[in-house]
Design a binder for this molecule. Sequence first.
Ligand SMILES: C[C@H](O)[C@H](O)[C@H]1CNC2=NC(N)=NC(=O)C2=N1
Length: 91
Amino acid sequence: MQQLRAADIERELASTPGWELVEDSIVRTVKFQDFKAAMAYVNRVAEVAEELNHHPDIEIRWNIVVLTQTTHAAGGLTEHDFRLARRLNAL
Ligand SMILES: C[C@H](O)[C@H](O)[C@H]1CNC2=NC(N)=NC(=O)C2=N1
């Protein structure tokens, strides 16, 4: 899978609400009532990641989950990242 070019990234971002570009990744921060709710969300993220065989970096800070998505194998953003992001937006 090829790295996307800047213009493609802008187009993909426009159809992927809630995610922002940070260096070579897209990032989404989601806030929950408490740690338990955050962990339940993380487990649903894990299910989707396994299904797509594409995995975000996940940071958990009590009730806040930060998802950072890039394609390590390509050294940058690819279509896979946006496909996963849009699936996660549907959770
Ligand atoms: C073998 C397997 O396809 C790879 O290790 C996959 C798994 N999940 C992955 N996830 C992400 N985000 N980037 C990758 O390059 C990647 N590679």
